[in-house]
Write a protein of this length. Structure first.
Length: 221
């Protein structure tokens, strides 16, 4: 499940209400540059993404949010990672990249380098010890083997690398479920989440709420 801001939800409703203009790609919402900047520039600033960084988005579907973010980035190596080949395939990702290249009137492929990475339930298949930043939005509660995934994410970061996880969480006393109809999975209690990360050698640095959902920053112990 990708967590959506109110702005994205409004755009989704607008797209669903219009039958005249088909969406430019099959998976995910569509946003203009004003909406992209309002939504993603604060997240990019929070992660301190810099030109030259190697950056991965884990659980990114067809990379629609990843590519939106890339319109605000320069000279980055970007990994779009997921396990669902329905959306994560070159045909769908190319449509997303082509759409936002046209929107900014510049080839995003000439600005950043994009790589598609197909993982599975226990590993991302991202390159080892090579990433400066890893970001995962609304996906942690979908991990069927969270300890294995946490250990895998640890192994993909450089020694100075940082992991950012944004999700909706429950508590041990309040079991809640993902409100996406395609998901419906129980949300991870925040204490359980932090315990999993700690036993896989991550140190929590800080967290900040963006559009109602926290982003936790982790570094390697």
């Amino acid at each position: 499940m990708k967590l959506l801001t109110p702005l994205v939800l409004a755009l989704l409703f607008s797209c669903a209400s219009s039958k005249k203009t088909p969406p430019p790609y099959a998976c995910g919402p569509v946003m203009n540059q004003k909406g992209i900047r309002q939504t993603f520039q604060p997240i990019i600033d929070y992660m301190e993404l810099k030109p030259g960084d190697h950056f991965a988005d884990v659980g990114a579907s067809s990379g629609y949010f990843t590519v939106m973010m890339s319109t605000l980035l320069t000279n980055n190596t970007i990994y779009i990672q997921d396990i669902d080949t329905t959306c994560l395939n070159s045909r769908q990702v190319d449509k997303v990249i082509d759409y936002y290249s046209k929107q900014i009137n510049k080839s995003l492929r000439s600005v950043n380098s994009f790589h598609l990475i197909l993982g599975n339930t226990s590993q991302t298949n991202l390159p080892e010890n090579s990433l400066d930043k890893i970001y995962s939005n609304g996906s942690f509660h979908c991990f069927s083997e969270p300890d294995k995934m946490a250990a895998d994410l640890y192994s993909k970061l450089k020694s100075s690398g940082e992991l950012y996880i944004r999700d909706n969480f429950s508590t041990k006393k309040d079991t809640r479920y993902c409100d996406d109809k395609k998901c419906g999975l129980p949300l991870t209690p925040v204490d359980t989440f932090l315990t999993i990360m700690a036993r896989n050698h991550f140190r929590v640095e800080k967290n900040k709420v963006f559009s109602g959902y926290p982003i936790y920053k982790f570094t390697k112990n």
